[in-house]
Design a protein around this ligand. Structure first.
Ligand SMILES: [Zn+2]
Length: 138
């Protein structure tokens, strides 16, 4: 029955704890956003991968944060959920702002100032957790 391996991902079968965790979370996501049934399987696979990557404690925190703070009519993407995964206590990762409109949190303005210098302003997305990504410390 569980014989549908994709070409790239060979997921190990879920443990009982993972199944319980994901069942509960799918129910909560569905209650809030009415998931598209045709996309549920993919969503669940993505969630399982994230769960395995970050561990249940950080995963559940991210889900709680998402359910509390994600506004919008559609279920958040995995990237949006991932953005809410808390930092690892071991300090092996840090959060960094990455978004399409800026460079390192600064937006370059078209106009130069009177001295001819490039002007910058803070990125409007800077405080938006959807644009925070976790970067491993090298
Ligand atoms: Zn930005």
């Amino acid at each position: 029955m569980e014989d549908n391996k994709g070409p790239t991902d060979e997921l190990k079968p879920e443990t009982g704890a993972e199944t319980d965790c994901l069942n509960a979370i799918m129910k909560r996501l569905d209650a809030q956003w009415h998931l598209d049934v045709s996309k549920m399987y993919d969503k669940r696979v993505e969630l399982l991968k994230l769960l395995r990557e970050v561990g249940p404690a950080r995963f559940n925190t991210a889900i709680d944060q998402t359910l509390t703070h994600h506004t919008g009519d559609f279920c958040p993407t995995i990237a949006q959920i991932r953005a809410r995964v808390p930092l690892q206590s071991g300090g092996k990762h840090y959060l960094r702002h990455r978004c399409p409109v800026c460079s390192n949190g600064w937006v370059y303005l078209e106009d130069l100032d009177s001295a001819g210098n490039q002007q910058v302003k803070r990125c409007p997305n800077l405080k938006d957790p959807a644009f925070m990504v976790e970067v491993p410390v090298a």
